[in-house]
Design a protein around this ligand. Structure first.
Ligand code: CA
Length: 246
């Protein structure tokens, strides 16, 4: 009779022990779950970083190769093509959007530097004026090309910043009284640098010499007149290609 209660209590004890053992056994897999979650969390933080890297901020600076392609020839401009047709060393300026940073403006008088460039091709005075604009913060450097016969081409590199992202280009039509080609462009547009830009150069009269023909003798315009576009017969002399290379 007494052995049955003992066996009963032993059975209960064994049940309790088995229950405790099974509880601790179940706890172990639960402890292993968090490390599995931890291995996923670093991936979750890396994903946004990769998305940010795919949309980089635009560079503060950019370097462009400026290529002046002159098409002026006997075929392109019949009767307007002297035997020694050429273009003077060009000047290209990197400047900001302020009107005071421009080296010239159509409808206004030529500066002494623009008069000298347009009449003789020399750029010393114009470079002095650009250096003054540089000092005032309106420009951020310029580059000078080299003289060449037309048709032909010449290139030079110029650096720009986001605050000085406009270019103004000038070169004397030579020989001519006071005529020059020019183009102006914005190179930072819609939040990023332009990859490549092609511009047709416009031909201007500087308003400082009244010679009517390309090979006319000097005839000072007194008083000077405003800068204005030349007739259609003297347009279309060349194009400017700006290609970002850095
Ligand atoms: Ca003139």
């Amino acid at each position: 009779m007494r052995t049955k209660p003992l066996t009963f209590f032993t059975a209960i004890f064994l049940c309790i022990m088995l229950t405790l053992a099974s509880c601790t056994g179940q706890a172990q897999p639960a402890d292993e779950t968090p490390p599995a979650a931890d291995t996923e969390s670093p991936q979750a933080t890396e994903a946004p970083a990769e998305e940010e890297a795919s949309i980089p901020a635009p560079d503060d600076t950019a370097v462009y190769t400026i290529t002046f392609i002159a098409q002026w020839s006997a075929e392109s401009h019949p009767g307007q093509y002297p035997s020694n047709a050429h273009f003077s060393p060009f000047i290209a300026v990197a400047h900001n959007s302020d009107d005071s940073s421009l080296i010239f403006a159509p409808g206004e008088l030529s500066s002494p530097g623009m008069k000298e460039m347009a009449e003789t091709g020399a750029t010393a005075l114009l470079e002095d004026e650009i250096n003054a604009i540089n000092s005032d913060g309106g420009a951020d450097g310029y580059v000078k090309g080299s003289v060449f016969d037309s048709p032909g081409s010449v290139s030079a590199d110029l650096a720009f910043t986001q605050t000085h992202s406009r270019v103004t280009f000038v070169s004397m039509i030579a020989p001519s009284p006071d005529w020059f080609v020019s183009a102006q462009a914005e190179l930072f547009s819609d939040g990023d640098w332009v990859d490549e830009l092609e511009l047709v150069l416009s031909s201007y009269d500087a308003g400082t010499d009244s010679g009517p023909e390309l090979t006319s003798a000097n005839s000072a315009t007194n008083p000077p007149e405003n800068i204005q576009l030349l007739p259609d017969a003297l347009q279309g002399m060349g194009t400017l290609v700006l290609t970002r290379n850095k």
